[in-house]
Design a protein around this ligand. Structure first.
Ligand code: BG6
Ligand code: MG
Length: 216
C-alpha cells in the first residue's frame, strides 16, 4: 500500500529544544524567576504563545497583552541567534539513514511542526529540499494535540490519514497523530510516550526490518 511519513522537527530531526530552553530561561530570569529543565518539558511541542503562558504561570507573573507580545519577539530573537549558527552536524543520529531509506523506497515524507521557524531550520541543516511538503506553525490555527497540522500534511502528500506514519517526541504530538487516526511513532521515553503505537529511544533504533513490516 502507499504510505507517507510526517516528521515533527524539534526533538526529532534536530535538538533545538536546548535553544528554546536557553531563550525561555533568560526571559524568566529577566522577569525575576528561575526556569528549570524539568519545567521546560511542558513546553515541548507547544506553540510559542502557549509556551509563554505556561512560563508566566510558573513565575506567577501577570502581564499586559502588549508586554507579552514584546517578550515573544525578544524570545524569538534570542532563539534565532542560535538557529542562525546551526549546521547539518546538528541533525540527530539516525535521521539521514531513515530519510534515505524512505527515498530509496519511494515513500514521500512531510514535515508537521508547530514552529514558525521550521523552514529556516530545515534550510540551515540542509534538509529543506528533501521534504515533499512542509507544514509549520504559520499554516495552522489549532496547535497539537489538535490533529490539524498532520491532517494538512497528509493532504499535501496526497495520502489518507490512516496511511500516514507520524514521528514525534512530544506527548501533545503523539495525541495529535492518534486523533488524526495515523500510526504514531514516539521518539524518547516509553513511559512518557505511552500513548504512541511504537516508541524508540532514538531514530537509530528504527530498523529497516521494522520499516519493511510497517509498509507491507
Ligand atoms: C515546537 C517546539 O516544535 O515549536 C516548541 O517543540 C516551540 O518548544 C514551538 O515553542 C514553536 O516554535 P517557534 O519556533 O515558532 O517559536
Ligand atoms: Mg518535537
Amino acid at each position: 500500500k502507499e504510505i507517507g511519513f510526517i516528521f515533527d522537527l524539534d526533538g526529532v530531526i534536530v535538538d533545538t529544544a536546548k535553544y528554546h530552553y536557553l531563550a525561555w530561561k533568560n526571559l524568566a530570569n529577566s522577569l525575576g524567576f528561575n526556569f528549570t529543565e524539568k519545567q521546560n518539558e511542558q513546553l515541548k511541542g507547544v506553540s510559542r504563545v502557549k509556551s509563554l503562558e505556561i512560563l508566566l504561570k510558573y513565575g506567577n507573573v501577570k502581564l499586559s497583552e502588549e508586554k507579552k507580545q514584546s517578550l515573544l519577539l525578544e524570545k524569538n530573537k534570542e532563539y534565532l541567534e542560535y538557529v542562525y549558527k546551526m549546521t547539518p552536524k546538528e541533525i540527530l543520529p539516525g535521521v539521514n539513514q531513515l530519510l534515505t531509506f524512505l527515498e530509496t523506497n519511494n515513500i514521500k515524507f512531510a514535515l508537521g511542526s508547530a514552529s514558525k521557524n521550521a523552514p529556516l531550520i530545515l534550510e540551515k541543516v540542509e534538509l529543506y529540499k528533501r521534504f515533499t511538503a512542509i507544514v509549520d506553525g504559520n499554516d495552522v490555527s489549532k496547535a497539537k494535540p489538535n490533529p490539524e497540522v498532520f491532517l494538512i500534511g497528509a493532504k499535501k502528500l496526497g495520502m489518507k490519514p490512516e496511511n500516514c506514519i507520524v514521528v514525534e517526541d512530544a506527548i501533545a504530538g503523539i495525541q495529535a497523530a492518534n486523533a488524526a487516526k495515523m500510526i504514531s511513532i514516539g521518539i524518547g521515553d516509553k513511559k512518557v510516550l505511552s500513548e504512541a503505537a511504537y516508541v524508540f529511544k532514538d531514530m537509530t533504533e528504527i530498523t529497516p526490518d521494522f520499516l519493511k513490516n510497517l509498509i507491507n
